[in-house]
Design a protein around this ligand. Sequence first.
Ligand SMILES: C[S@@+](CC[C@H](N)C(=O)[O-])C[C@H]1O[C@@H](n2cnc3c(N)ncnc32)[C@H](O)[C@@H]1O
Length: 210
Amino acid sequence: MPRPSPWTVVPAADYERHMGPEGADQLGPLSAIFARAYAGVRPRRLLALGVATGNGLEHVDPEITERAVGVDVNIQYVAIARQRHQRLGPHLELFCADLERVELPAASFDLVWAALVLEYADPRIAAGRIAGWLAPGGSLVAVIQLPSPGGKAVPSPVRTMDPVADAMRLVPPEELELLAAAVGLAPRQRYEVEVAHGRRLFVGRWVRPK
Ligand SMILES: C[S@@+](CC[C@H](N)C(=O)[O-])C[C@H]1O[C@@H](n2cnc3c(N)ncnc32)[C@H](O)[C@@H]1O
């Protein structure tokens, strides 16, 4: 039996304090990166891995997106995302599941959004599964953390995130490029975004060829 993720027991209020202006201050930048990816792809079918409490889903337009699926290991986050995004009604399906095991239909998504989640999964398994979920012509947009200046951890106002920080493994962009190539995804875009505390995020987009 695999060990449960440390994420499963981090209360949503603590997670949001950690990710908000009192802590890492990354919720706003992640939402903006998602908005850009969403506007570029205009997905009819969206899959958000590590959807947490639904940051970014405010940009989903049900006129464009028939089906938005979110996956997260923390059941409280999924419940909050459901409540916060009631306006999406049946267009939004949320699953409390591990991205390494969740069962989703093959070749069924036009955009897979994986922001700051690959650091907590086996990226090789994730890449293979994502490539299988992408429809021909579909895009993976992944966001990963780059090493912090001086190797310092993001300051956190809560201690409940400590086990998560211990479990985190940075994925170098070069490793992600190689994994994407190995599963047949073609690179389309890469850029970096500066966030609070001198941190930087890497954003990459890959496409499953038609
Ligand atoms: C840093 S947060 C993600 C931030 C969010 N994507 C955003 O754009 O604001 C990481 C999330 O991934 C979830 N998570 C971690 N490992 C996971 C896994 N193996 N499968 C699914 N969700 C996972 C955590 O519960 C947490 O909600």
